[in-house]
Design a protein around this ligand. Structure first.
Ligand SMILES: Cc1cc2nc3c(=O)[nH]c(=O)nc-3n(C[C@H](O)[C@H](O)[C@H](O)COP(=O)(O)OP(=O)(O)OC[C@H]3O[C@@H](n4cnc5c(N)ncnc54)[C@H](O)[C@@H]3O)c2cc1C
Length: 424
């Protein structure tokens, strides 16, 4: 009988890939972290390097210029980059997990052929779902897509679009109510930055992940071709929910990496710093909180890796996939915040200074409980699986069922699974 392997035991290929990304992060990212944070922008040379090393097209097939790996590699790369800089990790996350990931899974052959080589080769992608008045309730969006012959005309405003400053390709979600007829009615559209009517607003000044850009998009009669609609009219809600399920795993990877980076930093300091004639790591008051973080971090990583393997497994049901994805993101965001806080305290006064590096991780960690679904929304998804829908039987929430108010929230739509990994 085969002995099952622990989920954290990586294959040779995964181990080698992780080592390559670790080396890249140490050599090319680490020296730039403080300056990029201060300037609130990525170093353009680093972004170019992310492309040349293939990290912006990890799942993109080799025939389209990508690395041709799977989702597990995406999460490993994000984790390793986040150990050094969570802001760089989120650029790689949105590119791979949300934009290229959506095209790979739901794009037509023509869309994949046109856009995947661009995404792997130098074009930054961004994902525009949220609006000022439609955050957790994303499908309360007011951005519309009106059909005009063979085209669609997009109008509205999107908020909080990560990487928008650099992006040349946007995946924009809009209400197609007048175009699709009936429900469901949302659509996802590929929009090039230079399309007339599209304006990218200023970069929002943020508490953390400051090198990452976050901008508003204004769509004023933006005309796109019918071939720019991803999936069928009305697939937008399913596509948003399913792509965010993948995106949440990327964010969980970012937060696990951040927590590891914070723990490494705290341990390095605690082993060197001496007070009362001893290393501070020898004081239980210092080592026990770090031991707690180490245990929680291990639990979050195991859940994350298991979830990534589960979402790609054909026997995982939609309900199970949604629940475990929500749990993985929830736990990772908790441990990231605690690890960063613990690192600040372990470094004492130095932890409170910019030079100490822990304060940046503390600032960066906070957004983990907000974007790609707040922690409350993850709890809502998990809690929804407690109430069986039919007497006597435990059933996953029917993800496709409309909410009572007729809208469909982030947690309430789904697609058939597994989604075939699209090959050229
Ligand atoms: C830095 C950053 C980058 C982002 N990048 C992107 C991006 O690239 N693309 C994109 O589309 N969006 C992006 N977002 C938007 C992000 O996904 C939303 O901010 C998030 O979904 C929360 O929405 P909101 O800010 O409107 O908060 P709200 O929905 O207004 O929530 C406010 C509070 O109310 C709570 N709440 C809301 N509804 C419920 C409920 N039903 N039950 C219990 N509590 C509830 C929330 O948990 C939260 O604590 C980004 C946000 C940030 C901050």
């Amino acid at each position: 009988m085969d002995t099952p392997s622990p989920v954290t035991r990586l294959t040779d290929d995964e181990r080698q890939f992780r080592a390559t990304v670790r080396e890249f992060a140490g050599t090319h990212v680490a020296p730039l972290v403080a300056e990029m944070d201060q300037r609130s922008e990525y170093c353009p040379k680093l972004v170019a390097r992310l492309f040349t090393t293939g990290l912006m097209g990890i799942e993109v097939p080799r025939s389209y210029g990508g690395l041709g790996h799977g989702l597990f590699h995406v999460v490993l790369a994000i984790e390793e980059l986040a150990r050094v800089d969570p802001a760089v990790a989120v650029l790689v996350d949105v590119q791979n997990a949300l934009v290229a990931g959506a095209l790979l899974r739901w794009g037509s052959a023509d869309q994949r052929r046109r856009h995947l080589p661009r995404l792997a080769g130098g074009v930054v992608g961004a994902y525009a779902l949220s609006e000022r008045e439609a955050g957790s309730d994303a499908f309360a969006m007011t951005t519309t897509a009106r059909r005009d012959g063979d085209h669609f005309v997009l109008s509205g405003r999107k908020a909080w679009t990560t990487s928008a400053e650099q992006a040349e390709l946007f995946l924009v979600f809009a209400d197609m109510a007048d175009s699709a007829g009936g429900t469901p009615r949302f659509g996802a559209f590929l929009v090039d930055r230079d399309t007339p009517g599209l304006t990218v607003g200023d970069n929002v000044d943020k508490m953390g992940i400051r090198a990452s850009s976050t901008c508003e998009l204004v769509l004023d009669g933006v005309r796109v071709g019918g071939h720019d609609l991803v999936g069928r009219p009305g697939d937008g809600a399913m596509l948003a929910v399913e792509s965010l399920n993948i995106g949440k795993l990327g964010i969980a990877g970012q937060l696990v990496g951040l927590a590891q980076g914070a723990l490494d930093l705290a341990l390095r300091y605690a082993r060197e710093r001496r007070q009362f004639g001893r290393r501070i790591v020898d004081f239980q008051g210092v080592s026990f909180p770090l031991a707690r973080v180490a245990a929680d971090l291990e639990a979050a990583r195991v859940l994350l890796y298991n979830t990534v393997r589960a979402v790609e497994h054909p026997e995982t049901s939609p309900g199970e996939r949604m629940r475990t994805t929500a749990m993985a993101k929830l736990l990772a965001s908790d441990v990231a915040e605690r690890a960063a806080s613990c690192a600040v305290e372990t470094l004492g006064g130095v932890g409170f200074t910019v030079a100490g590096q822990a304060e940046k991780l503390y600032r960066d960690a906070k957004v983990g409980r907000i974007y790609e679904g707040t922690s409350n929304l993850q709890l809502r998804t998990i809690a929804a699986t407690f109430a069986p829908q039919v007497p006597g039987g435990e059933q996953p929430v029917d993800p496709a069922a409309p909410a009572p108010n007729g809208s469909r929230s982030e947690t309430e739509a789904s697609a058939p699974w597994p989604i075939s990994s699209a090959q050229p």
